[in-house]
Design a protein around this ligand. Sequence first.
Ligand code: COA
Length: 236
Amino acid sequence: MIEHLLPPGVAGAHLRDFSTAGPLPAAEETSLGPVGPARAGEFAAGRHCARAALSALGRPGAELPRRGDRAPGWPAGTVGSITHCRGYCAAAAGPTVSYLSIGIDAEPNEPLPAVVLPRISSAAERRWIGAAPGGVHWDRLLFSAKESVYKTWAPLTGAWLGFLDATVTVEPAEITEVAGAHVTGRFRVALHVPPPRMNGVPPRGFDGRFLALPDLLLTAIVLPRPGAPGVREGMS
Ligand SMILES: CC(C)(COP(=O)(O)OP(=O)(O)OC[C@H]1O[C@@H](n2cnc3c(N)ncnc32)[C@H](O)[C@@H]1OP(=O)(O)O)[C@@H](O)C(=O)NCCC(=O)NCCS
């Protein structure tokens, strides 16, 4: 499913049943530290998906220990992202020759707790959420998009990004209903903090894609390396 949101050259993999993920290599187990079974299960599922995505890129058998900033340590020459929520886990990976950073996020297609939306959104974001068509919990989709923004931003900059440091917009014209309850589209991200310079070109923001299923929301941002031939996804 995450694969539907990724451009050519970026591999994705997902898992619904976390119990099918294999055991962790020792370096990953050590980097996780002592945790309960639920956390161990989602971590192993994420690494399973990351290994599957990397295998599809021709990099089988990779190990991704958890770094000090909690991000996965992707093998040299690759960037990627991992997400998990109840009953769904996914990873995406691409080559650094073409892509600078990737952020993906999965959330249940359920309303956000009422106290959360005012903390993570601006008035402008709440306006488009209020006007958007039914069938999707757009408040949760906004949250997911912002988690994808952070996962794209943090490995590039090593810096924190707060929920109000970026504005996410979904234009009605960029929402498409595909077969039945599947809704897909694009979102735009305006950054309100100085962005990282990429080969001397500061992007104004990121572009992302989303997919809404009856039980699941997925968002993804794939940031191209400026000047990489034939690669246009993710940056405005
Ligand atoms: C890190 C964060 C984005 C994770 O998102 P989440 O929805 O809670 O959880 P997900 O399951 O989708 O993602 C967790 C995975 O994110 C990855 N991750 C964690 N820290 C990361 C970082 N600094 N950079 C990139 N990826 C990171 C890890 O792979 C982690 O899974 P793992 O520990 O099993 O490897 C979130 O906990 C957070 O700190 N958010 C606050 C910052 C933010 O979102 N700002 C909004 C900017 S507009």
